[in-house]
Write a protein that binds this ligand. Structure first.
Ligand code: LLP
Length: 445
């Protein structure tokens, strides 16, 4: 590792020690220098709060960990596509991974250099392909032979050559949730790795396609490094074979999926992932692209809800709050764990947020008002006493939180604020009832 990279890593580590975006001061939760209770008073609840310093810190740390191979880091827009977040990442030098025309529209609005943007997704439409080609994107991560044909056709009509990477399914078990694993045989993503030669030959024979690289994304989140090592090894082998066959191929894209500590430091550091990936990339003399989403923005965001009622029924204590599955669907959809703690409390956040025997706490279910039994944020969780009007923070909700929200039960989506030091910026307005029906056409008028 060069002196410059070591230096950068040292300062990033130092910064990390001090960089605790969400922290308690005088028994009150703060985001950077701003009291969360003040934000809730000003903007109402449910409220999404993002720390700009935290996600920039994550981006920079990832970039530093992989700096030896000068990667293009394409933030995965699907994790959180708020325009202000994209603009901030873009200004820091980050690029983007998009999966739809809508996401491409967003990154253009954010001022991104589209020549560094990658485009994945199993169902790209002709207009989306056309749009991406006219934006000169870095490459399409192509997921099927039919898609290769479609891209070639559109490129021919546009009298251009489309840059492509073959998204290969390496058949690696990333040991993640069955709903978020992607690199195992039988998932809808990518093409079987055994077919790389035939697919590459098809690209080579097509004057409207140019093979730039290969892409593999294994799933999300991945809490160990060995699936990446296996994937990198397979990628290097495929590249070597394709070069032997005369392909001028230079990119390896290993996707995203880096772990996030939802509980307590369970995710490996970026440097751990880099340790197993970088040597392969250097060996192959390739450029590296990465598509991190969750690890950049996940712990830079929280969701604040207000307790509406509490009740004891069936031998259980229920905390009923105004944040619900329409806001954060992850617990209902993936049985996801999110740490919860009151915004104002004299009790410190427990080291083990899953512990059942925390002093002065009671086992509770935290639920929302939506008419579904799966509308919960936490089950059997030890929490301090909460009463009507108290604020509750759901942590680690920056990724796949607001982007997956809906209007189910005709509930307007909450506001989003971005914090930088003591600066507060409203970056998405709270929806109102008129917004709920804005796109409906009253045919009985
Ligand atoms: N690249 C590709 C091709 C992907 O499919 C994904 C995520 C990423 C990158 C970014 O992965 P990340 O770094 O964020 O782990 N809604 C689920 C997660 C779905 C992930 C979809 N693909 C959740 O809430 O856990």
């Amino acid at each position: 590792m060069g002196v410059h990279a070591r230096f950068t890593l040292f300062f990033i580590r130092l910064n990390q020690v001090f960089m605790n975006a969400f922290h308690y001061k005088n028994q009150e939760l703060y985001c950077e220098d701003v009291a969360v209770a003040e934000l809730a008073k000003e903007y109402g609840t449910p409220l999404w709060i993002y720390s700009e310093n935290k996600f920039l810190h994550e981006y920079r740390e990832l970039a530093a960990a992989f700096s030896e191979c000068d990667p293009v880091i394409c933030y995965s827009v699907k994790a959180n596509s708020n325009l202000s977040i994209l603009k901030s990442l873009n200004a820091a030098g980050c690029s983007f991974d998009v999966v739809s025309g809508g996401e491409l529209f967003r990154v253009k609005k954010a001022g991104a250099d589209t020549t560094r943007v990658v485009f994945a997704g199993v169902g790209k439409t002709d207009p989306e392909i056309q749009d991406a080609l006219s934006q000169n994107i870095l490459m399409f991560n192509v997921e099927s032979e039919a898609e290769l044909d479609a891209i070639s056709n559109v490129a021919e009509q546009m009298k251009t050559i489309a840059p492509v990477a073959l998204r290969l399914n390496p058949d690696i078990d990333a040991k993640t949730h069955h709903k978020t694993t992607t690199g195992k045989k039988g998932n809808k993503f990518g093409m079987d790795i055994e077919r790389h030669n035939a697919l590459a030959a098809k690209v080579l024979a097509d004057p409207h396609l140019q093979l730039r690289g290969i892409h593999m994304h294994l799933g999300s989140p991945i809490l160990t490094t060995d699936p990446y090592e296996k994937a990198a090894q397979k990628a290097v082998d495929v590249i070597a074979e394709l070069r032997e066959k005369g392909h001028d191929i230079s990119w390896i894209n290993l996707g995203g999926g880096f772990g996030l500590s939802y509980r307590n430091k369970e995710a490996p550091a970026y440097s751990e992932y880099a340790k197993v990936i970088v040597p392969y990339i250097k060996q192959a003399k390739c450029r590296l692209a990465l598509e991190p989403g969750r690890s950049i923005i996940g712990n830079a965001g929280v969701l604040i809800s207000e307790v509406i009622f509490t009740k004891r029924e069936g031998g259980k204590l229920f905390i009923i709050q105004d944040g619900a599955m329409n806001d954060l669907v992850r617990p209902a959809m993936y049985d996801a764990f999110h740490k919860l703690w009151p915004v104002s409390t004299k009790l410190p956040v427990p080291h083990d947020p899953e512990a059942k025997d925390i002093p002065d706490c009671e086992i509770s279910d935290v639920v929302g008002p939506v008419c579904e039994s799966c509308d919960y944020f936490a089950k059997d969780r030890a929490l301090p006493e909460l009463k009507r009007g108290d604020l509750l923070c759901t942590f680690s909700t920056g990724a796949y939180g607001s982007v997956m929200s809906s209007n189910y039960n005709s509930r307007p989506r909450g506001a989003e604020v971005l914090i930088r030091g003591n600066n507060v910026q409203l970056v998405r307005k709270r929806e109102n009832y008129d917004d709920l029906i804005a796109f409906e056409i009253d045919c009985l008028k």
